[in-house]
Design a protein around this ligand. Structure first.
Ligand code: ZN
Length: 157
């Protein structure tokens, strides 16, 4: 039990550290995509901005603003970091993989292993929506066409 306990402590430590000292809060400049997301079951709200390359097929930067629990905010910060430099296809595959990981069925390879700390959350079903909110919101942002008006916000209910 000790090693499992330590592992859980590690998850919590990383989540709390990211929550207290986020590295990717703010707004991108310019804002090529904007999407708001809301998780009614916990009250988490997130606003994502995305900067794309000139061709519009690669993510240069992702930033987030919003209010919510430590899990929602930490997940947003980790996601923003992992998305830099990704193509649209890679980004959407990562969203899919994160959702599968939250079902306990997959994890990220070594170069993205930081994201695997969120696996700890999958043990707490009521918090899974907190962790997936930012990924869900990014997917909506990427799938919206740049000249369409985004929906007011996406909800993961
Ligand atoms: Zn939450």
């Amino acid at each position: 039990m000790t090693s499992l306990g330590n592992l859980r402590d590690l998850y919590q430590q990383v989540i709390l550290e990211r929550y207290k000292k986020p590295r990717h809060r703010g707004k991108t400049s310019p804002v090529d995509r904007y999407q708001k997301g809301h998780n009614p079951s916990c009250g988490d709200t997130i606003e994502l901005t995305v900067q794309l390359n000139d061709a519009g097929d690669r993510i240069e930067d992702v930033r987030f603003e919003g209010e919510g629990c430590a899990i929602a905010m930490a997940s947003a910060d980790l996601m923003a970091e992992a998305m830099r430099g990704r193509t649209m296809d890679e980004a959407l595959q990562m969203v899919q993989r994160f959702q599968t990981m939250m079902q306990g069925k997959d994890e990220f390879p070594a170069d993205l292993r930081k994201l695997n700390v969120m696996q700890g959350v999958s043990q707490f079903p009521v918090r899974i929506k907190c962790a997936t909110l930012t990924w869900h919101t990014l997917k909506a942002a990427l799938e919206a066409s740049s000249n369409s008006q985004p929906d007011e916000f996406v909800s993961n209910e």
